[in-house]
Ligand binder design. Structure first.
Ligand SMILES: NC(=O)c1ccc[n+]([C@@H]2O[C@H](COP(=O)([O-])OP(=O)(O)OC[C@H]3O[C@@H](n4cnc5c(N)ncnc54)[C@H](O)[C@@H]3O)[C@@H](O)[C@H]2O)c1
Length: 541
């Protein structure tokens, strides 16, 4: 059990440890909760620097229906903005109910009459493999679009997200010709086959925090099984999905099999979730919206729903841990992707024997975090996605301070433009505080103290969420105890955010229903059919 081998695998090789970020001045007035040194001044303000010109053009801004890019039926468009400045990158066609209707009608035709479900599984496999090759060939453009639209460091999108999305497509391409049914014994002279059939038209709704990866996690298995897909992108980040969907057609996907409809949740998303012609709905987003999706399914055709929702994941540091490594891993577990991860390690539980040292070193690490323009080399943290999230996050900072947590560092915006937030650390966080209970979705680390294993299990599980957990220890026994006792869908022991395409991912409790990735995701896109035939004079049963 070697904590020495601890790794943060989402960004293995990322290596973005750097100098103190050029950031800002903390303006909180609750000085009694500040540790000495919490007030920080920085020499420059990344939010005020002239933004670097992204090395990519925006090519596709319309709906993709029947293999063509077309305007919305209403002719309406909406802006997608650059989180560095809030300025408009492009205006994108705004799909609504009418567009969803025509997308679903096209998908139905593609499924009922088109070549895709009738192709051999090997031919489908080859289309997906060609798509993965094209993604690699266009990796620079895809990474730049993803960074521009979502404010993510280019080094992250280029080194992690594009390769992971590509790998995911290859993984499901590999499954395409390995999906087969069963022959089962029955009590009587019957030949019983269990067919794993395609489910039909899959509706998919994705969020803004990992638009490209969510595209791959959802579209990959659905297409590998031979289904047709209507995908609604998040209103904040429509660009990468439109771009890669065009590559998928270049790879040989027949027209009409995949539709991409940018648009808003209650209109386009609502229409998709309640459509009678959609056979399955896969959703990733907030728990609140997940409940609406389930309701819409129930009120329409009871389409099966998979939900990947929010989290408040514990990261547990035992007293036998190497503190420096634990600090680094806990830091990455929370701050990665500007803290905008469903599985962010957003409750850092630290054993009382190493607590003070851990807090001090976490403060130092957060202050070294490089905040700045996502297109600048060495930047670890870009802006938050938009003004709404930015305000929400600063509201949580205020709540933490007002609630009596100790603001160790950060707590304010960076610069005066765009949506940059200081890497922030709270210590002395108590379980009942809002910052320990609710999903902040920002670069705000909350450190809580604990004394023994049973206590931390109880406290870690005392949440409606159950998405993931991190465990940091050198004791095999402790790791095993925690791994089994924690009521979550993923436990990372001495590592975090390991997102291999083959590993299932999903939540317990209000973090979701079902699993994505791995062989488990195929089940989301298949029906099970029993075919029973009488046997006359069989040689065996
Ligand atoms: N569990 C996971 O795998 C996972 C992964 C990424 C993000 N998330 C979660 O996603 C959330 C952040 O994403 P978000 O703010 O975009 O979530 P959100 O729920 O607001 O939006 C997600 C998607 O749902 C759509 N939507 C919103 N309202 C809708 C409605 N009434 N009907 C149909 N569709 C609707 C949005 O347009 C968007 O495409 C966080 O809670 C995060 O934890 C979960």
């Amino acid at each position: 059990m070697a904590a020495r081998r601890a790794s943060f695998s989402f960004l293995s090789g990322h290596g973005l440890l750097g100098r103190t970020p050029a950031t800002s001045l903390l303006r909180s007035d609750s000085a009694r909760h500040l540790l000495p040194g919490a007030l920080r001044r920085f020499s420059t303000e990344p939010g005020d620097e002239e933004p670097i010109k992204p090395p990519v053009e925006v090519k596709y801004t319309q709906l993709l229906i029947n293999g063509n890019f077309v305007d919305a039926a209403s002719g309406k468009t909406f802006p997608t903005a650059d989180p560095r400045t809030g300025e408009v990158i492009a205006r994108v066609a705004e799909g609504d109910e009418e567009d969803i209707n025509r997308a679903v009608a096209a998908a139905r035709r593609a499924f009922d009459e088109g070549p895709w479900p009738r192709m051999t599984a090997y031919e489908r496999c080859r289309v997906l493999l060609r798509f993965a090759d094209l993604m690699e060939r266009h990796a620079d453009e895809i990474a730049a679009l993803e960074s521009w639209d979502g404010g993510k460091p280019l080094e992250q999108t280029a080194r992690a997200e594009v390769p992971m999305a590509t790998r995911c497509m290859r993984y499901y391409a590999g499954w395409a010709d390995k999906i087969h049914g069963l022959v089962v014994p029955a009590d009587g002279p019957h030949h019983v086959q269990v067919l794993h059939e395609l489910i039909g038209v899959a509706g998919q709704i994705i969020p803004w925090n990992f638009p490209l990866l969510m595209f791959a996690w959802k579209v990959g298995p659905a297409l590998a099984c031979g289904n047709a897909v209507v995908l609604k992108t998040a209103e904040q980040t429509p660009l990468s999905a439109l771009y890669v969907a065009s590559l998928l057609h270049e790879a040989g996907l027949p027209d009409g099999v995949l539709k991409v409809v940018p648009g808003f949740g209650p209109t386009a998303g609502g229409a998709l979730a309640s459509h009678m012609g959609v056979d399955k709905l896969a959703f990733t987003g907030s728990t609140g919206t997940g409940k609406i999706i389930l309701e819409l399914s129930a009120r329409s055709n009871l389409k099966p729903v998979t939900l990947e929702l929010g989290g408040k994941s514990p990261f547990i540091v035992m007293d036998d841990a190497d503190v420096d490594q634990a600090v680094e891993l806990a830091h990455q577990a929370l701050f990665f992707n500007q803290g905008q991860c469903c599985c962010a390690g957003s409750r850092t539980f630290v054993h009382e024997r190493v607590y003070d040292e851990f807090v001090e070193k976490s403060k130092a690490r957060a202050e070294r975090r490089v905040v700045g323009d996502p297109f600048k080399k060495g930047v670890e943290q870009g802006p938050q996605i938009d003004g709404q999230q930015f305000k929400k996050i600063l509201g949580y900072v205020k709540s933490g301070v007002d609630g009596g947590a100790t603001l160790v560092t950060g707590g304010d915006r960076v610069g005066s433009r765009g949506f940059y937030v200081q890497p922030t650390v709270f210590a002395d966080v108590q379980d009942e505080m809002k910052i320990a209970q609710e999903e902040i979705f920002g670069p705000i680390q909350s450190i809580l103290k604990f004394r023994e294993v049973g206590e931390v299990v109880r406290r870690a599980n005392a949440t409606h969420y159950g998405l993931a957990a991190g465990v940091f220890t050198t004791s095999l026994d402790t790791a095993n105890t925690l791994a089994r006792a924690l009521r979550v869908g993923s436990v990372w022991v001495n590592c975090y955010d390991v997102f291999d395409a083959a590993i299932p991912f999903g939540g317990y409790k209000m973090s979701g229903i079902g699993r994505e990735k791995g062989a488990y995701s195929l089940r989301n896109y298949l029906q099970t059919k029993a075919v029973v035939t009488p046997l006359n004079d069989p040689a065996w049963l």
